[in-house]
Design a protein around this ligand. Structure first.
Ligand SMILES: CC(C)(COP(=O)(O)OP(=O)(O)OC[C@H]1O[C@@H](n2cnc3c(N)ncnc32)[C@H](O)[C@@H]1OP(=O)(O)O)[C@@H](O)C(=O)NCCC(=O)NCCS
Length: 170
């Protein structure tokens, strides 16, 4: 079985990340919101990494990548909009089409949950998933997330909210 590592995003990832995002652009755009066209260039990805790392330094974002044994990026996962006073954050992840079905999103989400509890002291995680994204909903439920009932007036929304209550680290 191929070994995979989950690690923090780095400034040296620009070319590997650009290749990953270009290879999987259509795949991602069929499941999640499309990125701006300017993102798909060395400069666009370098700026994106700078922004994520500066948000990491400010404690509002925790960006991770999943790497295979050859050092290729095969997936990404983020703790987003970390709200330290509110002890909550949102999770997001994406796995390259060829690497899907091997448990990588589950591996990355478990890693995010550990970081959320032990590094950031969070007590709640949320995720937003399109109704027809069955694979992602399976990943969330396997990691303990529960679907929230739609709020009033929001019954026709295409996105569904999932929540996970965490036990704060002792
Ligand atoms: C959703 C996504 C992250 C899943 O990544 P992954 O590494 O394949 O996930 P895992 O292997 O950990 O688990 C996926 C599970 O869903 C199942 N699954 C995937 N698509 C499915 C579908 N259409 N119907 C039913 N089950 C499905 C898989 O079989 C697997 O379950 P299993 O382990 O019991 O076989 C990946 O498909 C992806 O990146 N999609 C595009 C971006 C995206 O949707 N991100 C999430 C936004 S909320």
């Amino acid at each position: 079985m191929t070994a995979f590592t989950v690690r923090e995003l780095s400034r040296t990832d620009t070319q590997a990340l650009l290749a990953f995002e270009i290879d999987n652009r259509e795949w991602f755009e069929s499941h999640i919101e499309a990125r701006a066209p300017a993102f798909y260039s060395s400069q666009g990805v370098a700026e994106h990494i700078d922004r994520y790392l500066s948000d990491f330094a400010r404690g509002v974002w925790h960006p991770l990548v999943i790497e295979d044994a050859d050092g290729e990026i095969v997936g990404r996962a983020n703790l987003k909009n970390i709200d330290s006073p509110g002890h909550s954050a949102e999770v997001g992840y994406r796995v390259g089409q060829r690497a899907c079905g091997q448990g990588l999103a589950t591996l990355a989400l478990r890693h995010l949950i550990e970081q959320a509890k032990n590094r950031w002291g969070l007590t709640q995680l949320v995720a937003y998933v399109y109704d027809d994204n069955v694979g992602s909903q399976k990943v969330l439920q396997r990691c303990g997330f529960l679907p929230s009932p739609p709020s009033q007036g929001d019954e026709t929304a295409k996105e569904r909210r999932f929540e996970l209550a965490l036990q704060a680290a002792q």
